[in-house]
Design a protein around this ligand. Structure first.
Ligand code: ACM
Length: 262
């Protein structure tokens, strides 16, 4: 199975332009599964609820999802992409999973980072796993990485590959995702963005270094910290069904009788 990321620099507010650019890149890639960053179509640094409202979309009927569905079908590719979603009067920082046969799944970001709480509701979808035939796919978004329960839930539900659209600014996530992959015996695919956004007196720099990690914690692909780029690697998703580290069975040996997680 060929899986990859498109490390991307969206132009804030230029939805059609960002989507067209991503679609063009996907048309040129040979991959089974491609991940785009969090909020890839809109940019990140919102300054008003009105801006978010104007750019957010219904899923799956909105422009972004429909455009990606077309290219998923034309190219026989599964796509995970982060976008601002509008649903029943609320807005969510969401990710969609789309395939050649149509819409597959939706994830709404559970753990909002900093000012995101001004623009989005906390996600209510939970962490679900979608069997796409080639592999079982889970989604989480950016800051979810710091809550190990997110990746653990996806792994316990059978995810082989965790797709992780991101807009990272802090430097810790990539190392943490190596651990998330190892401790859960899963592939993880973190797709970050690059570039700077300066709006409303604030400046944010996004840190790139998108990466793909295998279930043993090996980094299979790593992007640059400041340039756009696409990387695709070939994996055997069945490696994620082996939950051993040496002779230890890391799922069977969990001491659920001792953990206190609530
Ligand atoms: C983040 O969750 N975008 C840092």
């Amino acid at each position: 199975m060929k899986i990859g990321f498109i490390q991307f620099h969206p132009e804030f507010g230029k939805k059609e332009k960002n989507v067209e650019k991503a679609v063009g890149i996907i048309r040129d890639i040979d991959a089974d599964l491609i991940v785009l960053p969090e909020l890839f179509n809109s940019g990140y640094l919102f300054t008003s609820a009105e801006e978010v409202e104007n750019i957010s979309e219904d899923v799956p009927s909105g422009y972004t999802t429909q455009s990606l569905l077309h290219v998923a079908k034309d190219t026989d590719t599964f796509i995970v992409a982060g976008l601002a979603e509008k649903a029943e009067g609320a807005r969510y920082n969401s990710a969609v999973l789309l395939g050649p046969e149509g819409f597959v799944g939706l994830y709404r970001k559970a753990h909002l980072f900093k000012d995101e709480v001004k623009w989005f509701e906390k996600g209510d979808t939970g962490f679900n796993v979608h069997d796409i035939g080639l592999a079982r796919i889970g989604m989480m978004i950016c800051f979810d990485w710091i809550f190990p329960e997110a990746a653990r839930t996806l792994a316990l539900k059978g995810a082989d590959i965790i797709c992780h659209p991101s807009n990272l600014m802090l430097p810790f996530c990539q190392k943490a995702m190596i651990t998330r992959s190892l401790e859960n015996g899963v592939f993880s695919l973190t797709c970050n963005r690059v570039g700077v956004e300066e709006r409303g007196g604030e400046r944010l720099e996004f840190t790139g270094l998108s990466q793909i990690v295998d279930p043993k914690g090996n980094v299979l692909a790593l992007a640059s910290e400041d340039e756009e780029g696409t990387q695709v690697v070939e994996i055997d998703p069945m490696e994620a069904r082996d939950k051993t580290v040496g002779i230890n069975k890391i799922f069977q040996e969990r001491r659920t009788d001792l953990y206190e997680l609530s």
